[in-house]
Each structure stands twice: as structure tokens, then as C-alpha cells.
Design a protein around this ligand. Structure first.
Ligand SMILES: [Mn+2]
Length: 389
């Protein structure tokens, strides 16, 4: 019992987080209001709330305006990306799909539904707007009829972002982009890159119908010298679709495979521990690849190769958060195919996956204002360097 006698005070995260959130500044939100009034005209005299402008220029209303990811600033000039911490970019490519196409519209759909969300989470006690400098770079110019040229374009785009020291969030697109994403990131890592891959499918065969399709990214990614298969963890596997050629490769290369039944049996926490242990072994960084079809098809109808019996959304989000806690070097969310979606629910879960991962990275001081604060405090504690005599 707390001092004021209120039962359960401080016992639950929710109540504690209300206080934590109150400590986060609302500077960016206030600036956004000022900017809205300046650019969008003051509201009609009948509107009592004078923070509202005539033209919608900020977060609200969620259903209005031009959408970027969570209505973050659109960074038209990619040369400026290095001034920011996180860049969202779309890879609207679906020529690697082997069943139903449509995930070229994934980035648009994820951005559209992302406008629904505010910047802060009571469960995580973070404010993404205030504590993280995120921009939306728009989409990569993919070459719709050519897989290899599209890989080159995606590789070049992601490599640019990472080379500028910025954390990439890639919105797919089909899973073939896992290969160019890792190909882009690996050269920037001084050491091994682990890969944690959530999926119902192994996606590790060499070719599919003679090409490098969405069933093949990890074959090619784990051919990259510092992205070895020993550090690849494949979680949630268990679909009946397209597994046979990949099974042999996964066996030969000795990747770590956890089926959905494994996860069910050991539990999400233990599964995450195993994944982190394997992916991080002798590695400098870990890349996170989230195939939305790792979730039960009932929750994600809008995907190219749906599979019943996968993760529940809450399990998937928990797994992602546990993985993100140790820090990652980038993430992709793939296989959101809006033409088959219902009520934006698939795009919405993809959006939430990104937000929960970013929120975790901020909360754990791996990215954003808390990391900067930790670093500044550490620096202040270090004794001043002695000047040479
Ligand atoms: Mn899949």
C-alpha cells in the first residue's frame, strides 16, 4: 500500500507509466500546433479550440491530410537523411510473389492506417514523436518487371540510409527484399550480422521458378560472408506451402528453425531468448525480418501466402518487443497485400509491429532521446582526458 493509502498504487505498469509519460516533454507537439496555425490559417471564429487550424497540417484529424508513416515529415531530399535517426522507406515490389501478388501496395496501406495512431503508448511509456527523430523517405523506385534491378535499387537505397548512420525501417513489398536489405546493411557492419526471421515459411531455397523470388532471400543473404547461416534464426515456421526445397538448404546450412509448435511449447519468452542467443553469437548486429504471414491468417487476410495457425497478434508483438530489447540494426515488414485485406487489419498489424519495435528501442535506450541522454551522462561521469605533457 502506498503512503496515501491508495490500494495497488505503483504496482502496475499502467499507473507507473502515467507518471513516466508526464515527464516527457510535449515540445514537438506544441511546435506542430504553431506550425499548423502559421501555415494552415487560424480556424473559423466559431471553433473554440484555437490550436485548430483551417487546413489540417498535423496529426489530426487522423482521417485527413497527406499520409506518411505516422504523418512523420516527408524527406524529399534524401541527402538530408543523416540529420535524422530513423528513416521509413517503402519497397513497393511484388514481382517475387509465387501465389497472389499485391504487396506493391503494402507501403501505401501501412502509411494510411498509421495515421490513426498517436505518438505515445501507455503500456510502453514512450512518446515516439517527442523521443525519436523519424522521417519518411517515400518509396524506392523499383523496376516492376525486373527482380534483379529492383534488388539493386533497394540495396542502393537502404545502403544510403545506413551509410548515413540512420536506422532503416523497410516497408515491403514481398519477402524477396530480405536479400537486398541484408546485402545493403552487411557491408556497414564491422563483424557478423545475425538475422531473426519471423515467418511461416523458410524462404531459403536457391531459386523458385528459375528466379530469386520471395521464397529465396535467406539462401542469398546467408551467402554474404558476414551474414552466415549460423546466425540465422527462423521462427514460427510451419506452413504447408512451398517448403520442400528450403528444408534441404536449412538442414545443410544448419540454420536455427523454431516451428510454431516449438514456440507454443517453450513459450514466447524462452523462444525469444533462444533467438537472441543464436543471432547474437559472435555478432555485431542483428537484423529483424517480420513476415506478416507469421501471424494466423485469420488476423492477416491481406497477405500473399496466408497460413492458418500462426502466431496470435499479441504473441507476435511480444516476440518482436523481446527481440528489439537487445537492439537491432534495421527492420523490414513484408508481405502486406492490401487487395486481400479486410478493414486494413493486416496493414494495421504491420504498422503496430514497426511502432512497437521503435517504441522498445526508445524505451531501452537503443535509439532516440534516452540513448542520447545516457551517452551524455556517461560522458559527464568520465574523468577528463589528461592532456599530454
Ligand atoms: Mn511467409
Amino acid at each position: 500500500m502506498a503512503e496515501d493509502g491508495k490500494p495497488h498504487d505503483g504496482q502496475f505498469r499502467g499507473t507507473r507509466n502515467l507518471r513516466r509519460l508526464a515527464d516527457i516533454s510535449d515540445r514537438k507537439q506544441r511546435e506542430a500546433v504553431e506550425r499548423g496555425l502559421e501555415l494552415g490559417l487560424e480556424a473559423a471564429p466559431s471553433v473554440n479550440d484555437r490550436t485548430i487550424s483551417t487546413f489540417a497540417r498535423g496529426q489530426q484529424p487522423a482521417f485527413a491530410g497527406i499520409n506518411t508513416f505516422r504523418k512523420a515529415p516527408y524527406l524529399e531530399d534524401v541527402h538530408e537523411v543523416g540529420k535524422h535517426e530513423v528513416a521509413v522507406l517503402g519497397a513497393p515490389f511484388d514481382m517475387g510473389t509465387t501465389y497472389r501478388a499485391g504487396c506493391r501496395f503494402g507501403p501505401q496501406a501501412i502509411r494510411r492506417i498509421s495515421a490513426l495512431y498517436d505518438s505515445y503508448s501507455v503500456d510502453m511509456a514512450v512518446d515516439l514523436e517527442e523521443e525519436l527523430d523519424l522521417v519518411d523517405l517515400g518509396d524506392v523506385f523499383v523496376i516492376p518487371s525486373n527482380i534483379e534491378k529492383s534488388f539493386d535499387q533497394i540495396d542502393r537505397a537502404v545502403s544510403w540510409v545506413v551509410g548515413e548512420g540512420v536506422f532503416p525501417v523497410v516497408l515491403g513489398g514481398d519477402h524477396s527484399i530480405g536479400y537486398p536489405d541484408v546485402r545493403a546493411i552487411a557491408p556497414h557492419i564491422d563483424g557478423r550480422v545475425g538475422i531473426i526471421h519471423l515467418d511461416r515459411h523458410l524462404d531459403i531455397q536457391e531459386r523458385d521458378m528459375d528466379e530469386r523470388m520471395h521464397t529465396t532471400p535467406w539462401f542469398h543473404a546467408t551467402n554474404i560472408e558476414n551474414a552466415p547461416p549460423a546466425n540465422l534464426v527462423q521462427m514460427g515456421i510451419g506452413g504447408w506451402y512451398g517448403s520442400r526445397p528450403g528444408v534441404k538448404v536449412a538442414r545443410d546450412r544448419r540454420t536455427t528453425v523454431l516451428t510454431i509448435t516449438d514456440i507454443e511449447e517453450v513459450g514466447v519468452e524462452r523462444a525469444a531468448e533462444v533467438a537472441l542467443e543464436v543471432a547474437w553469437k559472435d555478432a555485431e548486429a542483428v537484423f529483424l525480418s517480420f513476415d506478416i504471414d507469421s501471424v494466423d491468417a485469420g488476423f492477416v487476410p491481406g497477405t500473399g501466402s496466408p497460413e492458418p495457425g500462426g502466431l496470435l497478434p499479441r504473441e507476435a508483438l511480444k516476440l518482436l518487443r523481446l527481440i528489439a530489447r537487445e537492439g537491432i540494426c534495421g527492420m523490414e515488414v513484408v508481405e502486406v497485400a492490401p487487395p486481400y485485406d479486410v478493414s486494413d487489419m493486416t496493414a494495421q498489424l504491420a504498422c503496430r509491429a514497426v511502432m512497437d519495435v521503435l517504441g522498445t528501442l526508445v524505451a531501452e535506450g537503443k535509439l532516440g532521446a534516452r540513448r542520447d541522454q545516457d551517452r551524455a551522462e556517461k560522458q559527464a561521469q568520465e574523468p577528463p582526458e589528461s592532456t599530454p605533457a
